[in-house]
Unconditional design. Structure first.
Length: 163
């Protein structure tokens, strides 16, 4: 049972509600952003595939790499959730593994991923702000961050990610 799910969702609202990270930007832009991260020098997770969810889907999902998915993590986005915040959340599942649920390992992945995913402009330091906002929201909700099982994003990930 994923006991931290609701608390993580609440922390996301506290960190990102009303920001540009919650604006629906569409599957094409989200897919391009996630593919750029996964093709970047830091990404230690599996290859990813981005798809649209069923037309009636209300939430986005990640199915981690298996033999059935040819070793790829498959991320499906509901139309109303094609946002940068949701993209980072789902990519964190791909990095931590679905079995991590929304627990400490997932939260460590989420903090790394949100910093890389939101790093679009070399002169824009808002990605640091987004990481800080999410870390603060996790702390306020008493959600501990686990240790990484991957290397931290290097300073070179502060370059532009093309869309």
């Amino acid at each position: 049972m994923d006991t931290d799910r609701s608390a993580v969702y609440g922390a996301e609202l506290a960190a990102f509600d009303g920001t540009d990270l919650e604006s629906v930007v569409g599957l094409e832009r989200i897919g391009a952003r996630l593919q750029a991260v996964a093709a970047g020098e830091w990404w230690p997770g599996p290859p990813i595939e981005v798809r649209a969810a069923r037309a009636d889907a209300r939430s986005s999902t990640t199915r981690c790499a298996t033999a059935q998915t040819d070793g790829r993590a498959v991320i499906r986005f509901a139309a109303t959730q094609a946002t940068i915040a949701t993209a980072a959340h789902e990519l964190a599942h791909a990095l931590a593994g679905v079995e991590a649920g929304h627990g400490p390992l997932f939260r460590a992945a989420y903090l790394d991923v949100i910093g890389v995913v939101t790093n679009v402009e070399t002169t824009d330091r808002r990605h640091d702000l987004h990481v800080d906002q999410l870390a603060t929201a996790f702390a306020d909700a008493r959600l501990p961050i686990g240790p990484r099982r991957w290397p931290p994003p290097p300073p070179s990930t502060t370059g532009a990610i093309a869309l």
